[in-house]
Design a protein around this ligand. Structure first.
Ligand SMILES: [Zn+2]
Length: 378
């Protein structure tokens, strides 16, 4: 078996469900310890930084013979949770060119590829110049405290985030903003409309306006690689019992942003809706706040890194055309820290769902492409 696939088996076999997503979940400590051991055994310089209790980033370095530029490879070690229907999520199975298990595609395939690329470079004698930084970070599936900590300590001249892109080079992805809206009514006995003010009815007005806003967004400006922005209502709760006017209703919505839209835009739009509803009805009371927001990301496809990587991809029979991915990644954090970044990783299917797999040939191809990129760029 190719060493990168053996490593992938070992990574998938360790439960590293994000404990901020799933209460009491395992977290990244054990998988980080394995990565640190593997990198030390391969002769890499290893730095472990505990970002939160039991949640370490691992950074491994290959130092060149002479000074030069720095290339960073970055992947996250956490995974989303496991549904009841998932068959042996941490017992990796290989079948028909696919490796199944939680995190196989998102993104232990990409993590195995970047670590094994560094191992191969070290084994064949290291780099003539420059530095390769391999960063395995925590918490991408929740709040990216790992990537935030990484860019405070480390920098690079270019970076590849090896999230799953079917081996296409992604140069853009959307951002997101969660907004919580609370409408306020007055609790009263259900028989006394003169006293009660229905917070749920008031939220219905907000939802009507949000649905119109979503239609306008989707019919509006379109990013060439990402399409239009959008929003959806995620969670709603309100009311206490059948015979009481609800005094409060809470809605969580999520707005997906495209490059050119700051994540603050979502809250501004919601505030404008609330202000216009309040102007029409003095008894309408509502507040809004941002819960978690991350900006969109893009890099000029004509910049050096996408050009170099595109040429290498084409020479290996891969599709070199730049693409976009809909999901958010740590590429935005690296990019905002001034590191030109692209997203490229192995293909598969089922990320975040009950059957997840990665194509094993893509994991090997990704590893080989990263070795070639280090040679070409450094
Ligand atoms: Zn991911």
């Amino acid at each position: 078996m190719d060493a990168v696939l053996a490593l992938l088996h070992d990574l998938v076999a360790i439960d590293s469900v994000n404990p901020s997503l799933v209460r009491g979940a395992a977290g990244e400590a054990r998988v980080a310890a394995l990565i640190a051991d593997v990198c030390l055994a391969a002769g890499l310089e290893v730095h472990v930084t505990e970002v939160a209790p039991g949640r370490p980033n691992v950074v491994a370095l290959v130092e060149g013979q002479a000074p030069g530029r720095t290339l960073m490879l970055c992947g996250h070690t956490d995974t989303v949770g496991v549904g009841d229907a998932m068959v042996s999520p941490f017992g990796p199975r290989e079948h028909g060119g696919r490796l199944y298990g939680r995190g196989a595609q998102d993104m232990k395939g990409g993590v195995a590829a970047m670590i094994d690329a560094a191992r191969q470079i070290t084994a064949r004698g290291g780099l003539a110049r420059g530095r390769l930084v391999v960063a395995a970070v925590v918490d991408e599936e929740y709040a990216s405290i790992g990537a935030d900590a990484l860019v405070r300590e480390w920098t690079a001249d270019a970076a590849v985030v090896t999230e799953p892109t079917d081996m296409r080079m992604a140069v853009a992805h959307k951002g997101f903003a969660g907004v919580e809206v609370v409408t306020t009514g007055v609790a009263a006995h259900g028989s006394r409309p003169q006293d009660g003010r229905d917070a749920i009815f008031r939220m219905a007005r907000v939802i009507g306006a949000l649905e119109q806003l979503d239609r306008d967004l989707q019919a509006g400006r379109t990013h060439p690689l990402l399409g239009p922005a959008s929003l959806h209502a995620s969670i709603i709760e309100g009311g206490r019992e059948a015979s009481t006017y609800p005094d409060t209703c809470r809605l969580l919505l999520e707005r997906r942003t495209i490059p050119g839209e700051p994540s603050q835009r979502a809250l501004d739009e919601v505030q404008a809706i609330l202000a216009s509803l309040a102007a029409r009805d003095p008894e309408f009371h509502a507040t809004a706040r941002t819960t978690l927001a991350r900006d969109p990301y893009e890099i000029d496809p004509l910049a050096e890194l996408p050009q170099v990587l595109g040429r290498l991809a084409a020479s290996r029979g891969l599709d070199p055309a730049p693409t976009g991915v809909s999901f958010w990644t740590d590429a935005q954090i690296l990019s905002a820290a001034g590191i030109p970044t692209v997203v490229l990783g192995p293909g598969g299917a089922g990320l975040h769902s009950d059957e997840e797999y990665v194509h094993t040939s893509d994991v090997i191809a990704c590893r080989d492409l990263l070795v070639a990129l280090a040679d070409a760029y450094l």
